[in-house]
Design a protein around this ligand. Structure first.
Ligand SMILES: *[C@@H]1O[C@H](CO)[C@@H](O)[C@H](O)[C@H]1NC(C)=O
Ligand SMILES: *[C@@H]1O[C@H](CO)[C@@H](O)[C@H](O)[C@H]1NC(C)=O
Ligand SMILES: *[C@@H]1O[C@H](CO)[C@@H](O)[C@H](O)[C@H]1NC(C)=O
Ligand SMILES: *[C@@H]1O[C@H](CO)[C@@H](O)[C@H](O)[C@H]1NC(C)=O
Ligand SMILES: *[C@@H]1O[C@H](CO)[C@@H](O)[C@H](O)[C@H]1NC(C)=O
Ligand SMILES: *[C@@H]1O[C@H](CO)[C@@H](O)[C@H](O)[C@H]1NC(C)=O
Length: 537
């Protein structure tokens, strides 16, 4: 789930109108991270000077300096555009190219143009979409990262070797520690590469929001077998659900719940002796959740996307009521058995009252079965999956997504990393309400990451699935694997087609980590990380 987006929304709601950090701060953060990872071997200096303005000493005016105190010049207050020069002292070449020079070029260009390139998950029109930055060389590909991190190159390896080297670099830098990278197609596994202690067969991992996609597809199984329809109202199965037309809840359908557009804006807390008790009756507890929430805070169904757990808890209640099966038996009949998943559970024993949206414990091999079943349409079938995987939250729904992962389909993202940066929604609304760029609509990638970093996706056009199997240490690392997914996916696209990957081609397709992302990763690894361990998912 989008920690950054949710955190930003929370801060905005709390009325803390702190000025956004200066765009130069983003450059300082990027260079600090670049230096800390020792990408230049040793220390370097970096300056930006104006060619049109002079400082008090008559020399070209200093606009930015690293390291050391920087003047923090507000570019838009200069009155007219100034030409500038970057001066880099020290540093090294990788394959004849000074990567620091290339990576900072677009970043400084953006600052000088009044944009704010420092926030990877910006939802402002001044933000810079990661793809725009990478297409101008503003980041490093996995192969370049491998060189920067000093990972040995094996020219004799198979076609997956460039990906292995990138993954080794990721682990060597400790960006992630215990994980497996898994790729497969309709016929089986194509690639598995394990770093550290987490493999495809275990240990079993808590998945947090990784639950949402398989939970939604479990419920969709009752549509596939004709028990329910996506257009069924909640009140058709739940006798306590509102039916009076003047109650907004009366119009809520299964489709609204699965697409997170029911209109609920807040997850309420039912009495904790209910939600915390895994043996308690699920429907009774769902009803307590329903009664604990405040109707006057709701939007009309189908108008707004909100990333909450209660949508799936209520959709689960519809499925439990319609089938007469308790949640453990529902998951068994509609998910574990059809796919042959043997190591997955929801909630705690006896599994009668799980959180559908967050309760999964699983292993990579089980979710690989899920991914392959979906890829081949053997699970649920094409009619149901085509319906499930649409860009359901496109405008006029507002917001359309979290601004970072993408828009929303049924229980999973319509993937488009960073889509809100540099865009606005209709009528000048925040970028989170913007339509997806054509590229992402064409790519058509369903993805279902969770707060502990497990990232899974299906590439329907190219016919493969990809997973980063792990559970990050939750009080420190935070959602770093999404950057590995971002950097690796365009590389995998080429490898599965037996093409030899060139860094420049991969960067043009968004396969890299930008300077702003490198700064973000640095912030979230020890010893810098300072994540509130009480943060929910
Ligand atoms: C390199 O930079 C670090 C951090 O700014 C500093 O602590 C260190 O003394 C510098 N080393 C040299 C050789 O200048
Ligand atoms: C920079 O200058 C512009 C134009 O004078 C002003 O609108 C803006 O608020 C300034 N930004 C900051 C962070 O001071
Ligand atoms: C990686 O796994 C090892 C072995 O289970 C464990 O000791 C270590 O704490 C893990 N590291 C992280 C960062 O999760
Ligand atoms: C997975 O399930 C199998 C069969 O039930 C069991 O033998 C194995 O120990 C389980 N593995 C984990 C990691 O739970
Ligand atoms: C939860 O607590 C309330 C109030 O104390 C009580 O009425 C209710 O029966 C309890 N429910 C369960 C499942 O223990
Ligand atoms: C519901 O929300 C409204 C609007 O914020 C508030 O005035 C009201 O007190 C809330 N009701 C309850 C029962 O919390």
């Amino acid at each position: 789930m989008p920690r950054r987006g949710a955190l930003a929304a929370l801060l905005a709601a709390s009325g803390g109108a702190a000025a956004p950090p200066s765009p130069w701060q983003g450059l300082t953060d990027g260079l600090t991270a670049w230096n800390a990872f020792r990408f230049e071997g040793g220390n370097f200096t970096f300056k930006v000077v104006s060619m049109d303005y002079s400082g008090p000493d008559g020399r070209p005016m200093l606009l930015f300096r690293y390291p050391g105190p920087s003047p923090d010049v507000n570019i838009s207050s200069l009155g007219r555009r100034t030409s500038y020069r970057r001066i880099i002292g020290g540093g090294r070449r990788v394959d004849g190219e000074r990567l620091l020079d290339r990576v900072t070029d677009s970043f400084v260009e953006d600052i000088m143009a009044g944009r704010e390139p420092g926030d990877p998950a910006s939802t402002s029109t001044k933000g810079v979409w990661r793809l725009d930055a990478l297409q101008r060389g503003g980041g490093v590909s996995l192969q370049e990262l491998a060189k920067l991190a000093g990972v040995a190159h094996h020219s004799a390896g198979d076609k997956w070797e460039p990906l292995r080297e990138g993954i080794r670099a990721w682990a060597k830098l400790k960006w992630d520690v215990n994980f497996t990278f898994n790729v497969g197609d309709k016929d089986g596994t194509l690639f598995n590469f394990q770093q550290g202690s987490v493999g495809m067969q275990g240990p079993r991992l808590p998945g947090a929001s990784l639950s949402k996609w398989p939970a939604a597809m479990t419920i969709a199984g009752l549509v596939a077998d004709g028990t329910m329809s996506f257009d069924d109202k909640a009140s058709k199965y739940l006798p306590w659900w509102a039916t009076e037309p003047n109650d907004v809840r009366s119009g809520i359908t299964l489709r609204h719940l699965l697409t997170f557009q029911s209109g609920y804006q807040l997850d309420s807390s039912p009495p904790s002796n209910c939600s915390d008790n895994p043996a308690f009756d699920y429907l009774t507890c769902a009803r307590e959740l329903y009664e604990a929430s405040n109707v006057s805070l709701m939007a009309p169904p189908g108008t707004t996307f909100t990333y909450l757990s209660c949508h799936l808890q209520f959709a689960g209640a519809m499925a439990v009521a319609a089938s007469g099966l308790s949640p453990d038996l529902l998951f068994k009949k509609y998910l574990y058995q059809p796919l042959g998943m043997t190591n997955t559970t929801w909630g705690e024993a006896p599994f009668k009252n799980p959180q559908f949206a967050t309760g999964i414990q699983t292993i990579g091999a089980d979710l690989e079965k899920f991914a392959r079943g979906m890829l081949t349409y053997q699970f649920l079938g094409k009619a149901v999956l085509d319906e499930a995987e649409r860009d359901w939250s496109a405008p006029p729904v507002s917001p359309c997504g979290d601004g970072w992962f993408g828009h929303y389909a049924m229980g999973h993202w319509f993937d488009c990393l960073g889509y809100a940066a540099g865009r606005a929604g209709p009528g000048g609304a925040d970028g989170a309400s913007a339509a997806l760029p054509r590229l992402c609509l064409d790519e058509d990638i369903p993805a279902g990451p969770g707060a502990f970093g497990y990232y899974n996706l299906i590439d329907r056009r190219r016919g493969y699935y990809m997973q980063i199997v792990l559970a990050e240490d939750p009080d420190c690392r935070s959602e770093i694997p999404e950057y590995l997914r971002a950097a690796a996916k365009p590389l995998v696209d080429l490898i599965v087609r037996d093409r030899y990957p060139e860094s420049s081609e991969i960067l043009r397709a968004g396969g890299g980590v930008t300077l702003a992302e490198i700064a973000d990763i640095y912030k979230y690894i020890p010893p810098q990380c300072d994540v509130d361990p009480s943060w929910p998912f």
